[in-house]
Design a protein around this ligand. Structure first.
Ligand code: F6R
Length: 608
């Protein structure tokens, strides 16, 4: 999704902006550009495609500049083209704007501005901002930006400069993240803290409807009505090294291999083994409301939604809570009535997913207590929820979510355990669950040690164009997640199904041309799943089975066996998911796909 980076200081701004753009690449984009103030005159360059194209354009240009803005665009209004790439500017090229979000009333504004003689050079919604600011400009940028914001509806993360006021950049936020980075004699701003981490770890996250002015030696934050906002800077807990590949060919592989550590971080300091219970500091302020809650609605998208589905099984097992898991983009438009005491939990790696934020706001409007589970500290969901839990899993750069999924599942287990111990779970059962959780990091390492075996299976199957993934009960979400991973990075068509549902339709797809990945650990559904696998076998489809170590029955059915260590039923998905991540990764590798930046996908989906 679109990315913003802005710099004002004493260093070469072009270099800093280009480096920042590269750190935003993982979010997904189709064009990019920058505008800087260079020795009294602005200089703007844009391109379609990758940042390397921008580098080529800049290769023979010698610019000395100490301030500027740059952007990666993910097309919403207008195709990916040089004209539609940001920055956008007014007719005499004095005002330069980069923007994340969507201006909903841009068409009306554009018509009015055109009547007033403003020539438009792009199809974007963003360009109206540059012309509108020009319309209001009377020698000072900030009042003109404020007047412009008063006219527009929609969402924005915005950075603007005016060539005649080169000592400042104006920022504004509504619904699209923006963070200010405080350096020594320099200030930065970005839509994602990764873009500025090399220069400073002291940051201030802007809230919705806030405007900021950054200068080389200071900053000022205010509301849209110009009331000063005082905010203490925060320290980013991630290091720059966390955002590097560390010798791995892809971020995705690095992140898959980080899982013993990220799963450990998910429960470190959060369990009390002798009492068979967990403690989640972030939920302490609302624990009295949670203890006896009866209904939980989880809202999430994509992989985070799959984690939520797994949470449902855990809560059923350990608590008296009724759990509904909702796709956030649907929930936001439904008319769900949270009864008294309903709690709504948004699960989101980025904490910035527009649909999840909207679902959360809808729930809050209707009176639900809102909680968040996010990985990104300071993100919108973290700030807009009453209480929550952080993943503490470090930055996830690969577009396909891996380490955060397993971390989310473990944290959901801790959450269910916490409530379960106030409700129906015994201390002995709680202690057993904790023991199983504690074993996970080592068990994941054991699976990762056998990555070459999974690579060999991928080599055998990567040319197939369609896969089915099946599983039952808590391995149904595992199947959904396995299929999602395969399709998003290898572009192989893949569907996840509850194994018992095969006979109601998907069985028609079975043939030697459609391999079936069967998630079948030895749990309460084992025998039933074996029967479903037999149905597959009878239709001559190739079977890849993910099963518990030492399973003899499945070795009789297929030679393509991936074994995982034994654990408690509802933690099987954590272990079974790891080889499916590797399977997707290696299939994509053999197919020559761009693994960390799959086509059309964005890491953080900040528009609807
Ligand atoms: C898939 C993936 C996406 C995200 C989804 C929600 O690998 O990463 O499906 O899970 O876009 O994102 P977050 O968790 O940031 O809300």
């Amino acid at each position: 999704m679109c990315g913003i980076i802005a710099y004002i200081g004493e260093k070469n701004s072009v270099q800093i902006l280009m480096e920042g753009l590269k750190r935003l690449e993982y979010r997904g984009y189709d064009s990019c550009g920058l505008a800087v103030m260079a020795e009294g005159a602005p200089y703007c360059v844009k391109t379609t495609g990758r940042i390397i194209n921008l580098e080529k354009k800049l290769a023979n240009v010698n610019i000395s500049s100490r301030m500027g803005i740059a952007h990666t665009r993910w097309a919403t209004h207008g195709k990916p083209s040089e004209e539609n790439a940001h920055p956008h500017f007014n007719k005499d090229h004095t005002i330069f704007v980069i923007h994340n979000g969507i201006i909903e009333n841009y068409a009306i504004l554009k018509r009015e501005l055109m009547k007033l003689g403003h020539p438009f050079s792009s199809e974007t919604d963003t360009e109206v901002i540059a012309h509108l600011i020009e319309e209001f400009y009377d020698g000072e940028l900030l009042p003109a930006v404020l007047k412009c914001l008063d006219k527009i509806t929609g969402t924005f993360g915005l950075a603007v400069f005016h060539a005649e006021e080169p000592d400042q950049i104006v920022l504004a936020r509504r619904g699209s993240p923006l963070v200010i980075g405080l350096g020594r004699n320099e200030m930065l701003a970005a839509s994602d803290v990764n873009a500025i981490l090399r220069h400073t770890d002291k940051v201030i996250y802007l809230d919705d409807d806030e405007v900021a002015v950054i200068r080389r030696d200071g900053f000022q934050i205010m509301s849209l009505t110009q009331e000063t906002v005082y905010r203490t800077p925060e320290k980013v807990e991630w290091q720059i090294a966390d955002t590097e590949k560390d010798g791995y060919p892809h971020y995705m592989l690095k992140e898959i291999f980080e899982q013993p550590e990220t799963v450990l971080n998910a429960f470190r300091g959060r369990i009390i083994p002798e009492e068979g219970v967990s403690k989640l500091g972030g939920l302490e302020p609302v624990i009295d409301q949670l203890k006896h809650m009866k209904r939980l609605i989880v809202v999430a998208c994509g992989t985070s939604y799959h984690a939520g589905l797994l949470g449902q099984y855990m809560f059923e097992k350990m608590t008296d809570v009724d759990v509904d898991v909702e796709i956030a983009s649907e929930f936001r438009y439904r008319n769900v009535h949270p009864h008294d005491g309903t709690v709504v939990l948004a699960i989101s790696q980025s904490g910035e997913t527009a649909d999840s934020i909207a679902a959360l706001r809808e729930a809050r409007r209707k009176g639900a207590l809102t909680l968040g589970m996010v990985n990104t500290v300071g993100s919108t969901i973290a700030r807009e929820t009453v209480a929550g839990i952080y993943n503490h899993a470090g930055p996830e750069i690969g577009v396909a979510s891996t380490k955060i999924f397993t971390s989310q599942v473990v944290i959901l287990a801790l959450f269910a355990l916490l409530l379960g111990r106030y409700q129906k779970l015994s201390m002995t059962d709680g202690a057993g669950i904790i023991r199983a959780i504690q074993q996970l990091p080592e068990q994941i390492s054991h699976i990762l040690d056998r990555a070459d075996h999974i690579r060999a299976i991928a080599q055998k199957y990567y040319k197939y164009n369609s896969f089915l993934f099946i599983g039952r009960m808590c391995n149904y979400p595992t199947a959904l997640e396995g299929a999602l991973k395969l399709k998003e990075i290898s572009y192989i068509h893949a569907e996840g199904y509850p194994a018992g549902e095969l006979k109601h339709g998907p069985i028609a797809l079975l043939s030697p041309h459609c391999p079936v990945v069967a998630v079948c650990p030895q749990d309460s559904m084992y025998e039933k799943t074996i029967s479903n696998i037999k149905e597959v076998e009878a239709r001559s489809a190739n079977i890849i089975a993910v099963c518990t170590e030492g399973d003899d029955k499945l070795t009789e059915i297929t030679r393509d066996i991936i074994e995982v260590p034994a654990t408690v039923e509802f933690l099987n998905p954590v272990l079974c998911n790891v080889p499916l991540q590797l399977l997707a990764y290696y299939c994509a590798l053999y197919r020559g796909c761009e693994i960390d930046k799959p086509r059309n996908l964005a890491k953080s989906v900040t528009v609807e």
